[in-house]
Design a protein around this ligand. Structure first.
Ligand code: MSP
Length: 520
């Protein structure tokens, strides 16, 4: 039985247009999914759209269309985004699909059966924008004295018959669960935040609404639709075939990881495990909450008109370049401010000058000097052995970093080797050996090719297209690119004719500036 890994993005609200914040979450999940696949795991990677609730119903009404028409149109934008950003998700779930509705109703019935749902009257504050209920004490005052949710969203007073979930009964079980699973929430600061929130006491949660109908009907009482978060969270098990608990559910759910933004941590780390425990199901293995990207210090939003369109950015800089930037620029979990100068700095300083140049120097020289025939190496010097060992062992710190979702730390470790490799090339100076010691030159060129093979294999999750281009240029077979192929057992064969090399990471030149001319 292969090791399995289940990774999910949040499902995106269909009332918004995809922006770089959404792309960020999906790219992070994609990098993890690719890393695990290359590391021998059988991976299921899920994304999708969150289509019910008052917010969507209102957006459709404002546009004079049926909610489902709005959902069809906007869900497609998110599905397309996955393609644009190179996401390798193997499923895309929509909460309006029958498989999802069936799973929600099955979960509801399980909660009811286990005695965790009761009917009463709800009176309290609701923020449609957040699709969340708030206590009076959590509210703040807006500039004109109006009440606002902690997120800044306007709230309205809601008074209606509602089903409640006995969340209050889960304070102790949740604290016990957190104590027993200190890795349930990352980063650690978020774990502490959730822990103290639960420690402060939990109130029962209103989980149905009667004042609108765009949602999953409550089984047995069609006057009610389910609260959009109980509906939304269920997508993660619906896509595994729940209520069937054999097959995908059995294979993947014990290894589930949700990547979410910091704004939706309470739903994923408090409500969701409580619902699951109440239904006698296991909570997911881990939830990681990343930070938010702002633009010039401001929140990205439709109303401010400052949302960054991933399509435009990718067109301008390149897909792998943007993927690399997003994973490199800020530690996952921290907030970051978006700046285009930081992007070009990373592209030129790191991808073009350091990684790309390393590959181009080796491959270009083999093409020019040896007619593209990869030489066979002679005996290795201690320096050769040292850099080859660093390459072969790089997977160890990379794995540790990736298991903690430390993308920047994994890239730090990789870049330490990229820099050491460039120093190795400068010191060995194969171009100077051409006349003095061609046999040694051959060995150095071979070591350079092996270095690039290792780095390209390990960089595939971050920059899949470019890394695979490098591997193509080294003549590495498509089925010899996994982490199992790192190390000397799978080394390149000397004597192979390599395809013509071409630079993989071009420098970014802003429009209007000319490319530097070739030195003569
Ligand atoms: N529909 C809910 C999630 C339900 S999951 C069962 C939702 N959708 S959302 O479309 O509003 O947000 C989806 C994700 O995008 C969230 O994780 C959110 O944190 C993330 N981001 C939205 N804007 C963002 C930034 N500006 N920066 C980084 N991530 C951001 O919430």
């Amino acid at each position: 039985m292969p090791k399995t890994f289940y990774i999910t993005t949040p499902i995106y609200y269909v009332n918004d247009k995809p922006h770089i914040g959404h792309a960020y979450t999906t790219i992070a999940c994609d990098v993890l999914a690719r890393f695990k696949r290359l590391d021998g795991f059988q991976v299921k990677f899920l994304s999708g759209t969150d289509e019910h609730g008052q917010k969507v119903a209102k957006a459709a009404r404002d546009q004079g269309i049926e909610p489902i028409d709005l959902c069809d149109r906007n869900s497609k934008n998110f599905r397309d985004l996955a393609g644009v950003i190179g996401a390798s998700n193997d499923d895309f779930i929509r909460t309006t699909e029958p498989r999802h509705i069936a799973a929600c109703q099955a979960l509801w019935k399980d909660l009811e059966k286990s005695g965790h749902i009761y009917l009463a009257k709800y009176a309290g504050w609701y923020a449609v924008r957040d699709e969340a209920f708030y206590d009076e004490g959590e509210l703040t005052k807006g500039p004109s004295g109006d009440k606002l949710a902690p997120s800044g969203a306007p709230v309205e007073w809601v008074e209606e018959e509602s089903y409640f979930f006995k969340l209050s009964a889960f304070q102790e079980p949740l604290l016990k669960f957190y104590d027993a699973n200190p890795d349930f929430i990352g980063p650690k600061s978020r774990f502490n935040e959730v822990y103290s929130f639960v420690k402060g006491g939990l109130r029962d949660l209103s989980i149905s609404r009667t004042t609108f109908s765009w949602g999953v009907a409550v089984p047995g009482n069609e006057k009610h639709v389910m609260y959009v978060w109980i509906d939304a969270l269920t997508n993660y098990i619906a896509a595994l075939g729940y209520p069937d608990k054999t097959k995908d559910y059995a294979a993947y759910w014990p290894h589930a990881m949700h990547v979410v933004g910091k704004d939706i941590i309470r739903f994923h780390c408090v409500y969701w495990p409580a619902f699951l425990m109440a239904a006698n199901l296991a909570p997911p293995k881990r939830v990681f909450a990343h930070g938010w990207w702002t633009v010039e210090g401001q929140k990205m939003s439709k109303s401010l008109g400052n949302a960054i369109d991933p399509n435009a950015l990718i067109e301008k800089y390149g897909l792998d370049q943007i993927r690399y930037f997003l994973m490199r620029e800020i530690p996952f979990g921290n907030d970051g401010d978006f700046s285009e100068s930081a992007i070009s700095g990373r592209i030129n300083g790191e991808l073009a000058n350091e990684f790309g140049n390393l590959a181009q120097r080796g491959l270009g020289f083999i093409a020019k000097t040896l007619g593209s025939v990869l030489p066979a190496p002679g005996a290795y010097t201690p320096e050769d052995n040292e850099i080859l060992k660093a390459c072969a062992e790089l997977i160890v710190p990379a794995r540790v970093a990736m298991d903690a979702q430390g993308f920047d730390k994994a890239l730090d470790a990789i870049w330490a080797v990229v820099r050491a490799a460039n120093q190795y090339v400068d010191k060995q100076a194969p171009w100077a050996l051409k006349k003095t010691d061609p046999a040694r030159m051959n060995t150095v060129l071979y070591v350079m090719a092996e270095i690039v093979r290792h780095l390209a294999i390990i960089m595939q999750p971050f920059v899949p297209t470019s890394a695979n281009k490098m591997l193509d240029q080294l003549g590495v077979a498509a089925d010899a690119r996994s982490f199992a192929h790192l190390g000397r057992n799978h080394a390149l064969k000397g004597g192979t004719t390599l395809p013509a090399p071409s630079p993989v990471f071009p420098r970014y030149v802003p429009p209007g500036e000319s490319k530097p001319g070739k030195s003569t």
